[in-house]
Design a protein around this ligand. Structure first.
Ligand SMILES: Cc1cc2nc3c(=O)[nH]c(=O)nc-3n(C[C@H](O)[C@H](O)[C@H](O)COP(=O)(O)OP(=O)(O)OC[C@H]3O[C@@H](n4cnc5c(N)ncnc54)[C@H](O)[C@@H]3O)c2cc1C
Ligand SMILES: *[C@@H]1O[C@H](CO)[C@@H](O)[C@H](O)[C@H]1NC(C)=O
Ligand SMILES: *[C@@H]1O[C@H](CO)[C@@H](O)[C@H](O)[C@H]1NC(C)=O
Ligand SMILES: *[C@@H]1O[C@H](CO)[C@@H](O)[C@H](O)[C@H]1NC(C)=O
Length: 632
């Protein structure tokens, strides 16, 4: 509670005093910088740590469990929940992070803003050659959650399942059981839908995870949705029958508060005596008999002390798409040569961490309008007391926005190489605000936008009505974007290069920008004088604004990722040279060990990964139950 109270007091002080209101709006540059720093250090940082609500257990060294689950993200939390439904089974859940502070409940403060806290493992990509030219270190952030609930604590909560064809393709790649028809029941199993626009048969109420509309919407998103329809994009439930079209975002929110994996799946079953959760505990090795190749336990470190836990039945690795491959390698499962280099005895030679796909994004398409239909800092500050009240008592108001992200449009550009008209190659992400709306305080770090770029591009918009449409590549051809040069070392996972030799991805992004422009020129948005911001991105001054060359330069300068890394423990049959696990998520050649998380996704999909992560957890749990319940 402490932090919630402090937060409220701080806001009340700001919002109740006219002088401070004006102050905040007219703050000098250096003071804004100072607030930025203080916010990072104190509001989101260490200051709020240490509020444990899940009991911080110390398990006795050498205790035996039936199952040990490593990691409490969407997949691991579902696993721990579903396995502990069987009262005779004893489950240990090992999580490296701690219990999240209450500030993570507040969507507007916690969407993509917790990068600089201990809730993030803090990975970064290597220095890039042709991309990220304008980002500090010429690289991009790869945040991954290190906290009970995993990345669902620090993400944007956007709930997307992906296209039906994504899953049909998994099945076609030699993974029986993973077609859309077969995974839909698992998406439904965990869902508790509170949505206005739904296709019948594609949603349900009563599951553990609340999926809801965002309680507040800007006028701008309503207008944008009209404009997109005028441009020919149907209004759809993108998690329903047909993904192609425009829609408001569906989010993992419950009554206006973040509904994370721990809140949805762990807290409700904390009373189960057969589920033991140990936080601040980092798994450092999965124990495997060198002869029988059977996994039989986990070595983990808590408070600098090493413990061993024994698993009678299985070890389930759900540490996420960067840490799962790392833990496998530390346990002797990985590329032989690389393990030898590191001095790790090889238990099984497998292409762990050799493949990776991601979704790249470009935040440089900004529009201004001539009326206050977007979010405005002035308005928010003037009404802050009202918004705090609405948030606390009704779970409504501006504090509930998913970082101002409000709408998706799934489109197929004319650069697409996939013939199927129902499979998108681009996702357009509409935000009813820009980084400038809150004076660069909250969101620009996620995109690794340096201050000098902010000052040129966004600062002049600080008191204007502006919104932003961000593109994200979803088509499979972007495979080329990532070629692994090297491998992970003992503690870091890096050395990926973003390369695009045929320039397909650049062409697709440019085609998507053209579509954004077409949508923005429709009557509904013209009414508000929607105009693209023509300020040139620093580094691209030599190009004429709005030419393809200009946009290519822009994309290569401000490159970011939505952190949708997949395929690092790729699922595939024995004869797939890239595969690490089979369709039952068993690590090839090792007994009693599965990887159950987003790292098994075999190809880039047309979705953000949280919903697929929950689905994989549900299906994985059923696979495990099938094995052990039918034997007894
Ligand atoms: C800033 C950001 C915004 C995002 N926004 C969205 C969004 O809006 N919508 C969406 O769908 N997706 C979003 N994503 C992606 C999505 O949240 C993740 O892809 C998803 O949570 C992955 O689930 P997972 O179970 O595979 O792994 P994770 O959620 O990463 O969970 C893995 C867990 O394992 C723990 N762990 C790792 N190693 C060890 C170890 N050795 N010992 C013990 N525990 C360990 C970690 O601490 C973590 O808790 C976002 C990601 C980021 C970073
Ligand atoms: C737990 O047991 C292992 C050996 O099985 C030992 O190496 C380790 O130090 C023990 N840890 C504690 C906290 O006793
Ligand atoms: C795609 O459409 C844009 C304009 O809408 C056009 O400039 C471009 O040439 C088209 N590209 C292809 C490959 O047809
Ligand atoms: C906004 O621009 C549109 C189109 O140019 C115009 O019709 C409208 O009157 C303008 N509104 C205001 C408030 O200036």
């Amino acid at each position: 509670m402490k932090c919630q109270i402090l937060l409220i007091v701080a806001f009340l002080v700001i919002s109740s005093r006219g002088t401070s209101q004006n102050l905040l709006l007219e703050l000098k540059e250096d003071i804004i910088d100072e607030i930025h720093r203080l916010f990072k250090t104190y509001i989101l940082g260490d200051y709020f740590y240490g509020e444990q609500t899940v009991e911080d257990v110390i398990t006795e060294n050498g205790t035996t469990y039936d199952f040990i689950v490593i990691g409490s993200g969407p997949s691991g939390s579902v696993m721990a929940n579903r396995l502990s439904e069987i009262p005779e089974w004893k489950i240990l859940l090992i999580e490296a992070g701690e219990d999240p502070s209450l500030i993570t409940d507040v969507p507007v403060l916690s969407c993509g803003t917790l990068l600089w806290t201990g809730y993030n493992w803090g990975y970064r990509a290597e220095k890039q050659d042709g991309f990220c030219r304008g980002c500090p270190g010429q690289t991009m952030n790869w945040p991954h959650g290190k906290v009970l609930g995993g990345t669902t604590i620090i993400n944007y909560m956007l709930f997307t399942r992906g296209n039906h064809l994504d899953y049909d393709k998994w099945a076609d790649m030699g993974n029986p059981g993973w077609s859309y028809k077969e995974v839909l029941p698992y998406f439904l199993k965990f869902e508790d839908a509170h949505l206005e626009k739904i296709d019948r048969g594609y949603h349900r109420k009563g599951g553990y995870l609340s999926v809801s509309d965002v309680p507040i919407r800007s006028k701008a998103i309503d207008v944008y949705i009209d404009a997109a329809q005028e441009a020919g994009h149907p209004y759809v439930d993108y998690n329903g029958k047909n993904q192609m079209g425009v829609s408001y975002v569906q989010t993992a929110l419950r009554k206006g508060r973040r509904h994370s994996a721990d809140k949805a799946f762990l807290r409700p079953v904390r009373h189960r005596g057969n589920l033991v959760i140990t936080t601040k505990s980092t798994a450092v090795e999965i124990l495997i008999h060198p002869d029988t190749k059977e996994a039989y336990g986990v070595k983990y470190v808590k408070n600098y002390v090493e413990y061993t836990a024994v698993a009678k039945k299985e070890v389930i690795l759900s540490a996420g798409s960067l840490n799962s491959p790392q833990v496998l390698m530390l346990s002797g499962i990985g590329p032989k040569e690389h393990l030898k280099e590191l001095g790790i005895p090889v238990k099984r030679d497998l292409p762990v961490g050799q493949k990776m796909y991601d979704h790249v994004t470009f935040p440089g398409v900004i529009y201004v309008v001539n009326e206050t239909i977007t979010y405005s800092l002035e308005e928010i500050i003037l009404n802050l007391h009202k918004y705090i009240y609405e948030y606390l008592f009704y779970g409504k108001g501006v504090l509930t926005t998913a970082g101002f992200v409000e709408g998706f449009t799934y489109i197929k550009t004319n650069a697409s190489q996939d013939p199927n008209p129902n499979y998108p190659d681009m996702e357009l992400i509409f935000a009813g605000a820009t980084f400038s709306t809150i004076r660069g305080l909250l969101y620009r770090d996620f995109f690794n936008i340096p201050k000098y770029v902010y000052d040129v591009m966004w600062k002049p918009l600080e008191h204007k009505n502006a919104y932003q449409v961000t593109v994200s590549i979803v088509e499979k051809k972007m495979e080329k974007m990532f070629e692994k040069k090297n491998n992970c070392d003992k503690f870091m996972f890096s050395d990926y290069t973003y390369a695009d030799p045929e320039n397909h991805d650049i062409k697709t992004v440019i085609a998507a920008i053209r579509e954004i422009q077409r949508i923005n020129s429709q009557p509904s948005l013209r009414k508000y004088g929607a105009t693209i911001v023509t300020t040139k991105i620093p580094g691209c001054e030599e190009y004429t604004f709005d030419t393809d060359e200009y946009w290519e330069c822009g994309i290569r300068t401000l490159t970011a990722t939505l952190v949708h890394q997949v395929a690092t423990c790729k699922m595939g049959p024995h004869n797939d040279k890239e595969a690490v696990v089979d369709a039952k998520l068993r690590v090839h050649g090792i007994k009693n060990l599965r990887v159950v998380d987003t790292s098994v996704i075999p190809m880039p999909i047309t979705a953000h990964l949280m919903a697929p992560g929950y689905m994989i957890g549900e299906k994985g749990a059923d696979i495990v139950k099938e094995r052990w319940l039918s034997n007894h």
